[in-house]
Design a binder for this molecule. Structure first.
Ligand code: AMP
Length: 217
């Protein structure tokens, strides 16, 4: 069962993908996380991606397609994948369909996380991410128990370089330009389900499980 989580940055896709992967055995394919890992390891692909990411631009499609294709090649048969943050362009969506067909698979459902754009900026500027395990906190809506320390692994909480106000603006404009048409692409092909992701985290979790037909919430 392959699922896509799509929506603007800050809609909570990553948080929900982590919940599903921890509780229901999904693998979370976060292209943002893979790119950040490649940057941390100073791999050539990471170094190429870094310049785009730090200014809030999308990384070119060819880099993303080879990253995702390589990831899929390494998966055991029967894996359940949540695509979190991929695809973000119509071209990536077409390529993903092609990659999956070639592997005898398809997308089960696309969940569109819808949050009013004016709320997103607050969510992103208040976001703090664990530098060790990637757990996501928010200074107002989900503070850590100890300031700047991850509740889960005691790693240091940091503000991602692309969660600065000026970069956020560019990320949201990339969303409007490229990812909103991708949402429409899935809508037109009858695969899209919309979730009100402006609700609190547990209400969104319940909605996600209901749409996917799993759990007994
Ligand atoms: P995220 O962690 O999903 O918010 O992604 C952080 C950044 O990584 C984005 O702002 C882009 O620069 C880059 N990125 C992640 N996924 C993609 C994608 N599917 N296509 C292009 N760029 C991406």
């Amino acid at each position: 069962m392959n699922v896509i989580f799509i929506g603007a940055p800050g809609t909570g896709k990553g948080t929900q993908a982590k919940i599903l992967s921890n509780q229901f055995g999904f693998l979370q394919l976060s292209t943002g996380d893979l790119l950040r890992a490649a940057i941390a390891k100073e791999q050539p692909l990471g170094l190429e991606a870094k310049a785009y990411m730090n200014k809030g631009a999308l990384v070119p499609d060819n880099i993303l397609v080879s990253l995702v294709s390589g990831y899929l090649d390494g998966l055991p048969v029967g894996s359940k994948v949540i695509f979190d943050g991929f695809p973000r362009t119509v071209n990536q969506a077409v390529e993903l369909d092609r990659m999956l067909v070639g592997r005898g698979q398809k997308i089960y459902q696309v969940l569109y996380f819808n949050v009013p754009l004016n709320v997103l900026s607050d969510r992103l500027t208040g976001r703090r991410t664990c530098s060790k395990c990637g757990e996501i906190f928010h200074i107002i809506s989900k503070p850590s128990l100890k300031p700047n320390i991850c509740d889960r692994c005691s790693g240091e909480l940091v503000t991602r370089p692309d969660d600065r106000a000026d970069v956020i603006e560019k990320r949201l404009s990339e969303y409007n330009l490229n990812t909103a048409p991708t949402v429409q692409f899935y809508k037109d092909s009858g695969r899209l389900v919309e979730i009100d992701a402006g609700m609190d985290e547990s209400a969104v979790s319940k909605a996600v499980l209901k749409f996917l037909g799993i759990g007994n919430l």
